[in-house]
Design a protein around this ligand. Structure first.
Ligand code: SIN
Length: 278
């Protein structure tokens, strides 16, 4: 699709689109914001390359789409509390976001999405994989979709951000005491922007189905997690300096590949406020 100022090119059959020809250091007009938003809701994640933007320009771009959600657990960028650091240093083993997840599903009003900007990258590796949860839902049998349509799942931050781990000990994650969020969402959510149904359970934060024990939930949840990770629902994004990924948490899951031990990777993440999910 071509707009007066830019072009939108799909990056795979079901998920992702690259937006070419836009310089995000310059303000966007309302029609451009609407076009990017529509591509985001349709493709689940949009990418921009070679952007030379300051933290203030990153914030200004984000605020065209929704208010910013200030992260409770991630270390902020110095002087810019609205931007969270996603960092791994050469002497650190664990990365941030290295399990399949959708950000903030533990909030009753989960985040719309995040805008991640590459600041410092390893020589090779450190890609991010995105998976379409529209495709995951549509890939289930009609019978299972009908069963899941009446079900809701519980999501929690407690077992992820409320426990001691490498990232809390080295200061990349903080505020363990603030990890008290539990939320209940439909297993298949209707995306508030596109109207399509998306599978909304993820291995990081979903603990069980509402009204079921964790033990009863585990076999079906494990099946859904494995199903959501099928390669045909995925695309893999290789970062370069100045790359930006803007993903929609309701339409996708993502995983940061941890394959660059001994090197530094530093990303700046802004997360946007969402709406209740039904
Ligand atoms: C995240 O999960 O928010 C971080 C993804 C990444 O670093 O690629």
């Amino acid at each position: 699709m071509r707009n007066a100022r830019f072009e939108i090119r799909p990056t795979g059959p079901v998920v992702g689109a690259e937006i070419l020809g836009l310089d995000l250091a310059t303000p966007l007009d309302a029609a451009e914001v609407a076009t990017i938003r529509a591509a985001l809701f349709d493709r689940g994640v949009v990418f921009f390359r070679d952007q030379k933007i300051t933290p203030d320009q990153h914030i200004a771009f984000a605020e065209r789409f929704a208010p910013i959600n200030i992260n409770r657990f991630f270390r902020p960028v110095e002087g810019h509390p609205k931007i969270a650091e996603v960092r791994k240093e050469p002497d650190q083993r664990r990365n941030i976001g290295g399990r399949w997840h959708t950000d903030h599903s533990y909030d009753q009003i989960p985040a719309l999405g995040s805008i991640l900007l590459a600041r410092d990258l390893p020589e090779a590796g450190g890609d991010t994989i995105f998976a379409s949860m529209y495709a995951a839902w549509e890939g289930l049998s009609e019978g299972l979709r009908a069963t899941l349509s009446g079900m809701r799942a519980v999501h929690s931050s407690r077992h992820v951000f409320g426990v001691k781990r490498e990232q809390t000990q080295d200061g990349r994650l903080a505020n363990m005491d603030a990890a008290v969020q539990d939320a209940v969402h439909p297993v298949g959510i209707r995306h508030p922007g596109s109207g399509r149904i998306a599978l909304y359970v993820n291995p990081d934060f979903t603990t069980h189905f509402e009204g079921w024990t964790a033990e009863e939930s585990k076999p079906l949840l494990d099946f859904l997690f494995r199903h959501a990770q099928r390669p045909e629902y995925q695309m893999r994004f290789a970062w370069a300096p100045g790359s930006i990924a803007f993903w929609d948490n309701r339409a996708t899951q993502h995983l940061a590949v941890n394959d660059y031990h001994g090197e530094r990777r530093l990303m700046h993440r802004i997360t946007l406020e969402g709406v209740p999910l039904v």
